[in-house]
Design a protein around this ligand. Structure first.
Ligand code: HEM
Ligand SMILES: *[C@@H]1O[C@H](CO)[C@@H](O)[C@H](O)[C@H]1NC(C)=O
Ligand SMILES: *[C@@H]1O[C@H](CO)[C@@H](O)[C@H](O)[C@H]1NC(C)=O
Length: 528
């Protein structure tokens, strides 16, 4: 017994000293990191929030910034330090540093740089490659190849298709699901907006129109609807990433996630087969661009065929990228209009001036429906679905910018440092936006600082679906406001609250994959 006790003690001392040595090394690395950024003021935490683990936590001072850091703090961290670049340094799992950036010129430098100076940190994107390599989670020549394949599907001709598909989907909603109802109650706005956005990308991107009625039915050979499979998958991406395959059968939640992944894979394969069988020659949508790149016969000399897994990976990423982001923007736009009835009325009057006879607007009316686009933009400014865009520095470099007192400052950037384009910080930066916390769609009617508006990121890696979603946005908002008024649902448990409390409650948001409203109950009342 004594012998075992002693050896255990020795072991404990050994483990203890190894840990202490390791902690000391981390500490030295951390010190070196701080020196390499010339002690630029900012956050010092134990755990890095650019790791999957760090992203699971809420903010805990000194321990981790938490997953919602940029969303929760808006521009305050920059204002506090008088500079629109703030550093973050963490000890663990290794000394890691990054810069949060809310300065227009520095961001412009980064997104428009050539030659791979500021690539995406692909390690942070592996979670998105579950179904295959794709345009979002790639860099360099691989990315160029994908972008070239899909670009033709985002032409002006396709925008028209997006507009028409959106109108069709909204009319189908009014004429079937909402028919005969003076008041439609939606307990959580995303129950309405996620299907809208999914149906639009399905129809305009994949030639797969879904009607509201048939959407509720599980097709033969499936256990989930396409919509449910896709929603569960997007919600459970992190789960799937962290939990090993053999453990996916352990709980009900995990089994449902596993089923959704399998079902979605099945749906995507069916979608491909159906299109391959149908021989639709005149179709120029996204799916046909991807399929044609997957077919040897269509390849020009020197082109590399899109493999089956790249095909599925890209279809998946387009469904994800084109769906939640737009849907959440609609939800926030509806909430803002409900909270600001005067702006809602102004929007209605604007629409009536453009369409005095109440006809259905066409794509050519979009330019004139400027107030609808302004509301969409203002929702994107205040609630950017993608709160931060990560990059890295591939070389030792510097950024120069002016601080709050107008003094030129130089920020030193060592090779390998993480860079975070802080979209929320930028969108609430009073240097670019007057009264940034106030909902003012009019700011997008006149002249506005285009470089300070980055919900779609920017430069070469900017969103390829930007015009797609702007078109969809203008069509949805116009059609809805021309026929309905939007208000917040009254609920007995909230009768005593003030306007400010109500606003804070319904606009509460959380950034998981994209920024989403926590709980947003709405009422749509038909205009008479
Ligand atoms: C309000 C709606 C949308 C927002 C806020 C949004 C935002 C973004 C952002 C911030 C990026 C850069 C991501 C990064 O750097 O990792 C991006 C890229 C991308 N988005 Fe969107 N997006 C929206 C709608 C769409 C739609 C409708 C589609 C497709 C139909 C789409 C497809 C893509 C693709 C494929 C990329 C990758 C582009 C590339 O790397 O070349 N997005 N989007
Ligand atoms: C700006 O000037 C004020 C007043 O002189 C000073 O207190 C503050 O520290 C300066 N800010 C920065 C970031 O240098
Ligand atoms: C919305 O919530 C109310 C009250 O909680 C409930 O009675 C109603 O069935 C819900 N509606 C839907 C469509 O889920």
């Amino acid at each position: 017994m004594i012998v075992t006790g002693l050896s255990l003690q020795t072991l404990a001392i050994l483990v203890g000293s190894v840990s202490a040595l390791r902690a000391f090394k981390l500490f030295l690395d951390f010190r070196r990191l701080l020196a390499s950024i010339h002690h630029l003021p900012g956050y010092r935490t134990v755990l890095s929030s650019s790791t999957v683990l760090g992203n699971l936590f809420p903010p805990i001072p000194l321990f981790t910034l938490g997953h919602d850091h940029s969303w929760l703090s808006k521009h305050a961290p920059f204002a506090e330090r008088g500079l629109d670049v703030v550093s973050a340094a963490a000890y663990w799992p290794k000394a890691m540093g990054s810069l949060f950036i809310a300065d227009v010129n520095v961001i412009k430098d980064i997104v428009w740089s050539r030659g791979g100076r500021f690539p995406k940190p692909l390690g942070q994107y592996t979670i998105l490659t579950f179904f295959g390599e794709n345009i979002v989670a790639s860099e360099g020549n691989e990315w160029k190849r994908y972008r070239k394949i899909v670009a033709p599907a985002f032409s002006e001709r396709n925008n028209r298709l997006v507009w028409d598909a959106t109108i069709q989907i909204m009319l189908d909603l009014f004429d079937t699901m909402w028919a005969g109802q003076e008041e439609v109650v939606v307990n959580h706005s995303v129950d309405l907006t996620l299907p809208i956005a999914l149906f639009v990308i399905g129809a305009a991107g994949f030639g797969r129109p879904i009607s509201w009625k048939e959407d509720a039915v599980v097709p033969l050979g499936h256990q989930l609807t396409f919509k449910d499979a896709l929603h569960t998958v997007t919600q459970d991406l992190t789960l799937k990433f962290l939990v090993p395959r053999w453990a996916m059968g352990l709980t009900k939640r995990l089994r449902r996630a596993r089923l959704a992944f399998d079902e979605l894979h099945q749906y995507l394969k069916e979608m491909i087969h159906e299109r391959q069988e149908s021989q639709q020659e005149d179709n120029h949508d996204l799916l046909s661009s991807l399929l044609s790149a997957n077919d040897d016969e269509n390849l020009s000399k020197g082109e590399v065929k899109l493999s089956n897994s790249e095909l599925i990976g890209n279809i998946f990423i387009f469904l994800v990228a084109g769906h939640e982001t737009t849907a959440h923007t609609f939800s926030f736009a509806f909430a803002l209009l409900a909270l600001h009835p005067d702006k809602q009325e102004e929007m209605y009057q604007h629409i009536k001036r453009v369409l005095p006879d109440g006809r259905i607007p066409t794509y050519d009316d979009m330019q004139s429906l400027a107030y609808s686009s302004a509301v969409f933009n203002e929702a994107l400014r205040m609630f950017p679905p993608v709160c931060t865009v990560p990059k890295t520095s591939a070389e030792d470099t510097t950024f120069t910018l002016t601080d709050v007192n107008g003094t030129m400052k130089t920020v030193v950037v060592p090779k390998g440092l993480g860079l975070t384009l802080d979209i929320v910080g930028l969108h609430y930066n009073p240097k670019y936006w007057e009264d940034p916390f106030t909902f003012k769609p009019e700011r997008f009617l006149g002249d506005w600082n285009r470089d300070a508006f980055l919900p779609f990121s920017g430069g070469y890696r900017g969103c390829v679906g930007r015009k797609f979603s702007e078109t969809e946005g203008a069509a949805v908002l116009t059609l809805l406001i021309s026929r309905y008024t939007i208000s917040i649902k009254d609920e007995p448990q909230f009768v005593g609250e003030t306007y400010e409390q109500r606003k804070a409650r319904v606009l509460d948001a959380q950034s998981i994959l994209t920024l989403a409203p926590t709980r947003l109950p709405l009422v749509f009342t038909r205009r008479t």
